[in-house]
Write a protein that binds this ligand. Structure first.
Ligand code: IMP
Length: 196
């Protein structure tokens, strides 16, 4: 089965290929499928946004389409930045500015619990939809640490890895990340479907 990935992010495509490699599935990027659209994420949940992205690309091709939406949720900030993670400090803000905004908002707050959430959606040409969620838990540091990764990685101290995601290499992060867990959950659901 061929699946089109509704993303321009090559890192996400590599992760998809690695995790779904033992299923009989070929992942093709949106660009390789000749689809050049930028989808606006207008939903107020990760699931809605993942489905918006998958359905928008699905309307333009005849193959199943996979998409995901993810973000950071900080308990003491009422779950913010959540679905607004990408643009939390404004449209053109750098990762550093976004991280500093969260650190400033938390100040010396003792409750620094946080999680990354990812919802993956797979939409078939007949309209059938499957979604799966993955979460990974940790806390917000008092200052950024580490040079690897992207986004909020330098301020997210992972409970699993006992270091920030920005101090972890790709291999380590991919074992415990919200995205890997969402894909694993989707994989389990797909296995049940393809086994039937
Ligand atoms: P999207 O899922 O591509 O819309 O990404 C949402 C935003 O959440 C990204 O721009 C990052 O700011 C943040 N984010 C999602 N996953 C991660 C991660 O694994 N590390 C750091 N930041 C992330």
């Amino acid at each position: 089965m061929k699946i089109v990935a509704a993303t321009r992010n090559n890192g996400k495509i590599k992760e998809l290929q690695a995790i779904l490699s033992d299923l009989d599935i070929e992942i093709v990027s949106q660009a390789e499928a000749g689809i050049d659209i930028e989808v606006e994420e207008t939903g107020d949940t990760f699931e809605k946004n993942a489905l918006i992205k998958a359905k928008s690309v699905s309307m333009l091709c005849d193959d199943p389409v996979i998409a995901d939406d993810s973000g950071l949720c900080v308990e003491a900030l009422g779950g913010a930045p959540g679905v607004y993670s990408a643009r939390y400090a404004g449209e053109n803000a750098s990762d550093e500015e976004k991280n500093n905004k969260i650190l400033a908002e938390l100040g010396e707050t003792k409750n620094r619990k946080a999680k990354f959430v990812c919802v993956t959606a797979l939409v078939f040409p007949d309209g059938y939809e499957v979604t799966a969620t993955g979460e990974t838990y940790g806390s917000i540091t008092y200052e950024p640490h580490g040079e690897k990764g992207f986004g909020y990685d330098p301020i997210f101290y992972s409970d699993d890895l006992k270091k920030t995601f920005a101090d972890a290499d790709d291999n380590e992060k991919n074992k415990v990340s919200h995205r890997a867990r969402a894909l694993q959950a989707l994989y389990e659901k797909l296995k049940t479907i393809t086994d039937k």
